[in-house]
Design a protein around this ligand. Structure first.
Ligand SMILES: [Zn+2]
Length: 104
């Protein structure tokens, strides 16, 4: 991701975090492995407040195997570490990739 995109994403996070608290999160499971990010049951997760995950299934358009779609909502606080976590969350939701981010 280019530097300018990250900068505009950070600015977007700061502006949006003041307005709304909840963000829709989508993760994929099932025998299909075409879609990211993956849903990992063993993953410790303290960003999901209500622990309500809606799971739907369909057939993958690429590999034709079963795809599970896990949807829930997550929230982030307004402190520096939470904004960093939200940045990583948004990058993962858009690209399916994890990113490292630190606070200096
Ligand atoms: Zn697939």
């Amino acid at each position: 991701m280019e530097q300018t995109n990250v900068s505009s994403l950070v600015l977007q996070i700061i502006c949006n975090s003041v307005i709304s608290g909840l963000h829709k999160r989508i993760r994929y499971g099932g025998t299909c492995e075409c879609w990211l990010p993956r849903f990992n049951k063993s993953e410790t997760d303290d960003t999901n407040d209500n622990d309500k995950i809606i799971v739907t299934s369909d057939s993958c358009t690429k590999c034709k195997q079963d795809r599970l779609i896990h949807m829930d909502e997550v929230s982030f606080d307004h402190d520096v570490q939470s904004v960093t976590n939200e940045l990583r969350f948004r990058i993962e939701q858009r690209t399916g990739l994890t990113a490292s981010a630190g606070v200096c």
